[in-house]
Design a protein around this ligand. Structure first.
Ligand SMILES: Cc1ncc(COP(=O)(O)O)c(C=O)c1O
Length: 411
């Protein structure tokens, strides 16, 4: 059986070990929910305090110019661009992932005027489907959101499909789709691709341009540690930037926002996809968090993430399958994001009992327990202790207690 000592040795050999102290994690906490909400970076606290006291507090409205607040969306966007294989000027910070999806889907459909189908898969994050449903409703028939099993996507790419919309890493299982292959297939069928990178960015290096992806969106509060509700990003390949026109045409995306023209004229490039005033405090927090992420070697991040998930999978195989758990995360590294998901019919009370025992994971209906493995601050010993805690609570049947049965609003 794999002992704690081995986990400790893995930590000692971990080149990313020094990054853990950059985060303000409660002492003794085992936090495996960084795929939902990343940990708090010390630098984010300092940066937000400085922006509030020194910039907002002292320079007030002049800060838009003197502290260059106005360029923050593109400046911070370009930093994210480095993590997702984008060229400078292809990524911008704006709104939420949901809003950015609506913006890009609506703006990109006219690029395929003879086609009416948005193609996606039945395992996609339901929110993304809701957004596409709203757009289809707005546009009316014959526009259509077509859903197929994720393994049927390639067969479903025909000449009716305008946009293939997929989430690279499945939120529930942690399965990673082959972005390059699916993008090639979509292009061969004449369709554009829109990738949701919520569970990819910061978890492993993404290569949008290497895959020739067209469009992408993603959030920054998971592996990027931007903070609760921190602003999202959107990516538009340079190839399409002049052709794609936003429908959510706000003043921040105008060529000259302060000319106050009566007619909307889109700004050049990626900036036209901005709509309203950027959230400066939340973007400052994100920017500080990105400094930490960008100091880490991306290949080391991926290597560690896979080693963490390999360890957890091995511990579950050894010690938890007898307790009714099944691993739903792919064992093949190429198909794995940075989480390990287990199915169990009593998944919800088990997660509640785990949290009460100091190990934070989360739950996704109907029966999936998720453990996010954020390679910047998760240690191998954390993973070992999480498995040990889970084994103990299953043996003692602690999860059966009444206090763990009623569902919170957020699971
Ligand atoms: C894959 C995926 N897409 C979209 C979203 C929604 O993002 P937001 O609520 O920030 O718009 C989430 C949120 O968890 C997500 O996991």
């Amino acid at each position: 059986m794999l002992g704690r000592e081995i986990a400790r040795q893995l930590d000692e050999a971990d080149p990313l070990r020094r990054f853990r102290t950059a985060f303000d994690l409660p002492p003794g906490a085992i936090y495996l929910a960084g795929n939902s909400l990343g940990a708090l970076p010390h630098k984010a606290v300092e940066r937000v305090a400085t922006v509030m006291r020194e910039e907002w507090g002292k320079d007030l409205i002049r800060s838009w110019n003197v502290h260059d607040w106005i360029d923050m969306p593109s400046r911070v966007g370009d930093r994210i661009g480095q993590l997702i294989g984008a060229a400078p000027g292809e990524t911008v910070i704006a709104d939420s992932t949901s809003v950015n999806l609506m913006k890009l889907l609506s703006a990109a459909l006219p690029l395929r005027p003879d086609r009416r189908v948005i193609l996606s898969d039945t395992e996609n994050f339901p929110n993304d489907l809701y957004i596409a449903q709203g757009l289809v409703k707005l546009l009316g028939a014959p526009y259509e959101l077509r859903l197929v099993d994720p393994d049927e996507i390639e067969h479903a790419l025909d000449d009716s499909v305008a946009i293939l919309m997929m989430t690279e890493v499945d939120y529930r299982t942690g399965r990673r789709h082959d972005m390059k292959r699916l993008t090639q297939r979509a292009h061969a069928a004449g369709a554009l691709t829109l990738w949701d990178l919520c569970h990819s960015v910061g978890a492993f290096p993404v290569d949008l341009n290497g895959c020739e992806a067209d469009l992408a969106v993603g959030c920054t509060y998971k592996y990027l540690n931007g903070g609760p509700g921190s602003p999202a990003f959107l990516f538009v390949t340079t190839r399409l930037q002049d052709q794609i026109q936003p429908y959510l045409s706000g003043w921040m995306g105008h060529q000259k926002p302060f000319a106050f023209d009566l007619e909307y004229r889109p700004a050049k490039g990626i900036l036209r996809h901005l709509a309203g005033t950027p959230p400066i405090l939340a973007t400052a927090s994100l920017d500080a968090a990105l400094e930490i992420m960008l100091a880490a070697d991306p290949d080391a991040l991926r290597k560690k993430s896979l080693a963490l998930s390999d360890l957890l999978i091995r511990l579950v195989d050894e010690r938890l399958t007898d307790h009714g758990f099944t691993i739903v995360t792919p064992r093949d590294h190429a198909q794995r994001g940075s989480q390990v998901s287990l199915n169990h019919p009593s998944g919800y009370p088990i997660v509640q009992a785990l949290i009460a025992a100091g190990v934070t994971g989360d739950f996704r209906a109907p029966s999936t327990i998720r453990f996010g493995l954020a390679p910047l601050y998760t240690s191998f010993e954390d993973v070992w202790l999480a498995a040990e805690t889970l084994v103990a609570l299953m043996q003692e049947e602690r999860w059966r207690r009444p206090e763990f049965q009623s569902r919170n609003a957020v699971t």
